[in-house]
Design a protein around this ligand. Structure first.
Ligand code: GFB
Length: 421
């Protein structure tokens, strides 16, 4: 299809040229009575866990928009694995190990990949759409658009057509999964643009579509009510919440009743508040490793970090610190060696029972429940903690703080992305 500019006035394609596969059933009896369609997606290999959580929110909002237009799409959750930050290389991990599926389902219908395979009786996925940027860049003006284009590297190396003309790809490590069709689409846009792409006549007859490189699309309206609904639906799995709460009680003198952090079981019933107190400890996200190269000028030294922590604890009259970090052991020991006696540092380290992603979530949950939080510059790991604290209802100054580099002690603080209901 030709260049399709998506503005408020320009429609792309017309609804009439859509291939109708939907059969309408008595709408009083069924909520959405059209044929079920399955949206699968994957994200660029190099992206970390918390950027992937952000991509989930973008794609979940695409599904919301598709459903609002009357199509019965279901989001198939991409199994977790092969994350280059994880110390233990695991693949094909289901979402229920990390998130509360019932809560996710209160925003849009979702299912695990394994259940999708059962339901589709292992037939090939109808279509893979590999999203890529425009080779020529954005041009002078940013418009939302998509076009079928020749595959640019690395798309051409990620999917291969086999002799039986089925397409083979990574598919979350499931070696027997194939796709019937494969196309590269250059796109610039957001959740809404992806919805438009999926309802375009070229794809509207497909029952299962997998969108690879889904991080290519942005949020339609970053920070709006639908952003937050998707975010609030991402409650953590009950096991992880339980483990973190036991830890709070045992080491941090912290529980929901005293901290004013109780949550209603159904996130749709949450209401705005700013009264959360949190547990009597300082939460810190201290991002190290590859971040030192990516954001070198924006992070403090190890000694500088210790000085910031000491000053903050003194100011806030706290003597406990919960430390979330990816730092190697030597750096941790060095940090502790600079801290004055009497300041206690706690970490959750049960790697026997929990995988790397689960420990990351427990770290985030514990930082989210601290009386005061300080994070690392532009880390999506830090952003997710800030969002959790917004949901819990903390006052703004207790949340949007970052570690400053040694040479700029009064550095600019993070943007305050407040929750909206
Ligand atoms: O989550 P993430 O996208 O955050 O990637 P950034 C960082 C990963 O490192 C996490 C581990 O998913 C964890 O696996 N990690 C970092 C931690 N901090 C902690 C921590 O405090 N506790 C635990 N348990 N694990 C971006 C990446 O990372 O950094 C990009 O998304 C790129 O791919 C860039 O690598 C440099 O936004 O911090």
């Amino acid at each position: 299809f030709l260049l399709l500019v998506l503005g408020s006035t320009v429609a792309f394609g017309s609804k009439d040229d859509h291939h109708h596969t939907v059969s309408h059933v008595d709408s009083n009896k069924y909520s959405i009575a059209t044929e079920k369609k399955f949206l699968l997606y994957d994200v660029n290999f190099g992206e970390g866990f918390n950027l992937r959580r952000d991509v989930y929110m973008r794609v979940a909002n695409t599904v919301r928009l598709l459903r609002e237009s009357g199509e019965n799409w279901i989001l198939v959750l991409p199994p977790w694995g092969r994350l280059h930050h994880w110390q233990r290389m695991q693949v094909a991990l289901s979402w229920r190990l990390f998130f509360d599926i019932e809560s996710l389902n209160r925003f849009i219908p979702v299912m695990e990949f394994e259940d999708f395979l059962d339901e589709s009786e292992n037939r090939p996925i109808d279509q893979v759409i590999y999203l890529q940027h425009y080779e020529e860049g954005w041009g002078t003006e940013y418009v939302r658009k998509f076009d079928e284009r020749k595959c640019l590297p690395p798309a051409d190396s990620h999917y291969k057509k086999e002799k039986d003309s089925k397409w083979r790809g990574w598919f979350y490590s499931y070696e027997d999964v194939r796709a019937s069709n494969f196309k590269c689409i250059s796109i610039q846009g957001d959740s809404g643009t992806l919805k438009d792409l999926l309802t375009h006549s070229n794809f509207s007859s497909m029952t299962s579509v997998m969108v690879d490189r889904a991080e290519t699309i942005l949020h339609e309206n970053f920070g709006d009510v639908n952003y937050w609904k998707a975010r609030r639906s991402m409650r953590y799995s009950k096991d992880l919440v339980e483990a973190a709460n036991v830890f709070r009680d045992k080491y941090l003198d912290s529980d929901d009743e005293n901290d004013d952090t109780e949550m209603v079981p159904d996130w749709r019933k949450e209401r705005a508040k700013r009264t959360a107190k949190g547990g009597p400890y300082l939460g810190i996200h201290w991002r190290r490793r590859d971040f030192l190269y990516a954001r070198q000028d924006q992070l403090p030294s190890i000694k500088g970090t210790a000085e910031i922590l000491e000053k903050l604890c003194e100011k806030l009259k706290l003597n406990r610190i919960y430390l979330a970090t990816d730092a190697p052991e030597e750096e941790l020991n060095e940090l502790k060696s600079y801290l004055r006696k009497g300041l206690q540092v706690f970490r959750f380290t049960d790697t026997q029972k929990y995988n790397d992603g689960q420990i990351a979530i427990i770290d985030q949950y514990l930082c989210a429940h601290a009386a005061h939080f300080i994070g690392s510059y532009e880390s999506t790991f830090t952003f997710r903690i800030q969002e959790d604290r917004e949901i819990l209802g903390f006052p703004i100054p207790a949340t949007f703080n970052r570690l400053c580099p040694d040479n700029i002690p009064e550095c600019e603080q993070p943007p305050k992305w407040k929750i909206v209901y």
